[in-house]
Design a protein around this ligand. Structure first.
Ligand code: G1P
Length: 290
């Protein structure tokens, strides 16, 4: 069955960015001029996804507005002949987006469970908004390509420095069944550094079969007393094979302050409007630093 649905959990409170997140959803923070969630939606589109469900919560209405059309703005830009800007505004509206509100966020697993009716009996992808990915082939498409061969759930993983594993879900890899594709003995959410089974961390892209919902419905809270998607995947792996696909591209974690800053600089260095000024600024700045 073709993979055509995606779920983007976006109900988190964004406490790492307080006070900015008091009144502004972190998914709307721009990298230069584009909200982070738009990068995720664009990756989905480029991967052939047709329908996206965004799981939102309190204060997330701006996300809905962002992907809605704004006739007055479009008319205004048309009249002024600002066609480039008009194109940018219209780009955000040509995909099917659905929204559901999660009033009591109880963890990532719980957020994904909200998508049960939307997904139905199809394979689907989960895309986390904190992880922006860059590669020739979008990571979501890479997972779909794997699925087309294996028809099994497949998670994206990436090697991370060993002292960082406690921040992630980590896999205990089995055999490498084909290049960069592992079968998995175990999935552990946020292991202690000395207990982590490997340095292969789950990054924010998952391709899942609908049987995951049976697991999520009975999933008990795990790390941080939250319903963890990783724990449900570990149980799914006991009844059907779950694979891990090693991502070799670039990952930008915009979910914490320094990661957000680094991403802005990296993307700024590629942005036609600001790249030259930014390069010069960094060169000048470097001279003043010890
Ligand atoms: C979530 C997942 C974790 C994964 C991480 C990737 O954790 O629970 O398994 O490794 O995303 O970014 P969070 O960052 O929400 O704590």
């Amino acid at each position: 069955m073709r993979v055509r649905k995606a779920v983007i959990p976006a109900a988190g409170l964004g406490t790492r960015f307080l006070p900015a997140t008091k009144a502004l959803a972190k998914e709307m923070f721009p990298i230069i001029d584009k909200p982070t969630i738009q990068f995720i939606v664009e990756e989905a589109k480029k991967s052939g996804i047709e329908d996206i469900l965004v799981v939102t919560g309190k204060g997330k209405r701006p996300i809905e507005d962002h992907f809605d059309s704004v006739p007055e703005l479009e008319q205004n830009l048309k009249e002024k002949g600002k066609n480039d800007l008009l194109k940018l505004v219209q780009q955000t509206t040509d995909i099917n987006l659905y929204f559901i509100r999660q009033s009591h966020p109880r963890g990532l697993g719980d957020a994904v469970l909200m998508a049960k009716d939307f997904v139905g009996n199809e394979p689907f992808v989960v895309m986390l908004g904190d992880d922006l990915m860059r590669d020739k082939v979008p990571l979501t498409k890479q997972l779909i390509n794997r699925y087309d061969q294996t028809h099994a759930s497949t998670l994206a993983v990436m090697r991370v420095p060993h002292d960082q594993v406690y921040k992630y879900g980590v896999i205990d890899p089995g055999t490498e069944v084909s290049q960069g594709l592992y079968d998995v003995k175990k999935f552990v959410e946020k292991p202690a550094v000395d207990k982590a089974p490997s340095d292969l961390a789950i990054i924010g892209r998952y391709l899942l079969t609908p049987e995951i919902f049976d697991m999520l419905e009975t999933q008990k809270p795990g790390a941080g007393h939250e319903i963890q998607l990783t724990d449900a995947i570990d149980r799914l792996n006991k009844i059907q094979r779950v694979f891990a696909h090693e991502f070799k591209g670039e990952r930008f974690d915009v979910g914490y302050k320094f990661g957000f800053l680094k991403t802005s600089i990296q993307f700024g260095l590629d942005h036609p409007e600001v790249k030259d000024d930014l390069k010069n600024y960094i060169k000048e700045l470097a001279k003043t630093l010890k």
